[in-house]
Design a protein around this ligand. Structure first.
Ligand SMILES: Nc1nc2c(ncn2[C@@H]2O[C@H](COP(=O)(O)OP(=O)(O)OP(=O)(O)O)[C@@H](O)[C@H]2O)c(=O)[nH]1
Ligand SMILES: [Mg+2]
Length: 200
């Protein structure tokens, strides 16, 4: 497999339940992280297409698993965010359950991207997600988002601090991005492509 052109990303389908998820004939990259962290914005930044995934300043925008196909080479699954308090408790549980179930559904997850807002302390849910990925041996990258909100040096300090504080897997690659300012996006795309190609 050669280069993966992220500009060739198209919407594939939306799934409200695990049973509606598409067949897995391509490696699957799963985006996870709390609501509003910037998962859908990251899809758009990778694809260089602001109209692809719906984003919103009010959390809880993505309520299904949204699948994108990238250059006939991989699938991206944009999961509903966890920990969104403003929808009803029932709804919140429903979306969170979709996210939780996803990981225990038996789907093969090639790589998870765990998005963490560079400015915020990881939540209990973030920590649970990391612990789960560690224990299930699912490979993941840490992606710090919204890095345009800090200076480069503050961003580096913060990254180091968080990497020390939290138990990221040894082989977890760490990226810092801004979807808004398109910082670190090419590096991340290259990292994903290298990871996927390394599997072949
Ligand atoms: N400054 C800044 N804002 C960002 C960045 N990425 C996303 N945002 C903003 O953060 C808000 C949430 O972005 P989304 O991409 O919709 O977040 P999400 O993680 O998909 O949220 P849910 O679908 O609710 O789980 C939007 O207002 C975005 O414009 C970034 O790199 N920098
Ligand atoms: Mg979203």
């Amino acid at each position: 497999m050669g280069n993966i052109n992220f500009r060739k990303t198209t919407f594939l389908k939306a799934a409200a339940k695990i049973s509606q998820c598409p067949a897995q004939d391509l490696p699957e990259i799963v985006l996870c992280g709390r609501s509003n962290v910037g998962k859908s914005s990251l899809v758009n930044a990778l694809a260089d297409n602001s109209k692809l995934a719906r984003t919103s300043s009010s959390p809880g925008k993505t309520r299904q698993v949204i699948y994108f196909e990238v250059d006939k080479s991989l699938l991206i699954a944009d999961l509903p965010g966890y920990g969104y308090a403003k929808v009803s408790r029932e709804k919140n549980t429903e979306f969170s359950a979709l996210c939780d179930d996803y990981f225990t559904s038996g789907r093969k997850i090639t790589l998870a991207l765990v998005l963490l807002d560079i400015r915020r302390e990881p939540s209990d849910k973030d920590i649970m997600m990391l612990e789960y990925l560690n224990s299930a041996d699912i490979p993941y990258f840490i992606v710090f988002t919204k890095c345009d909100k800090m200076s480069r040096s503050q961003c580096l300090t913060r990254q180091r601090q968080l990497a020390q504080e939290f138990d990221f897997a040894q082989d977890a690659q760490i990226y810092a991005v801004s979807a808004d300012k398109k910082l670190g996006i090419t590096d991340l795309a290259d990292g994903i492509a290298a990871f996927v190609n390394g599997l072949a």
